[in-house]
Design a protein. Structure first.
Length: 123
């Protein structure tokens, strides 16, 4: 009888830990979504072999985020090497830079050079 109760306690404890783990994982996903939703205004989506928006205006010091929603890899490369280039971004991968000096910065995808975009950095 004592062995049976111990096994039940272990099963209950294990079940509680599993449920708690799922709850924490779900809560963590919500926190990540909330943290990135504030940056939506400076996010460029890569989808259907296009950068959207094609032109983005930001302030110096703002973070700019590209996220690849295509099934194909894409890159972000500055014309004239005015900012750091990305590695190949697979589906749902993100690339982030911080906007530098005011000016207009053109970029493209080195894998698909017809994909182009522009960043306008204001004071």
């Amino acid at each position: 009888m004592i062995t049976f109760i111990r096994k039940n306690k272990k099963a209950v404890l294990l079940t509680v830990l599993i449920v708690l783990n799922f709850c924490l994982a779900a809560w963590g996903d919500d926190a990540a979504t909330t943290a990135t939703s504030g940056d939506q205004k400076n996010t460029i989506e890569i989808k259907d072999f296009m950068f959207s928006p094609q032109t983005l205006t930001v302030k110096a010091g703002d973070k700019i985020i590209w996220i690849n929603h295509d099934d194909e890899p894409h890159t972000v490369v500055s014309v004239g090497k005015k900012f750091q280039k990305s590695s190949a971004l697979d589906t749902d991968q993100v690339f982030t830079i911080t906007a530098g000096a005011p000016g207009t910065y053109e970029y493209f995808c080195s894998v698909h050079p017809k994909m182009t975009g522009t960043i306008v950095v204001e004071q």
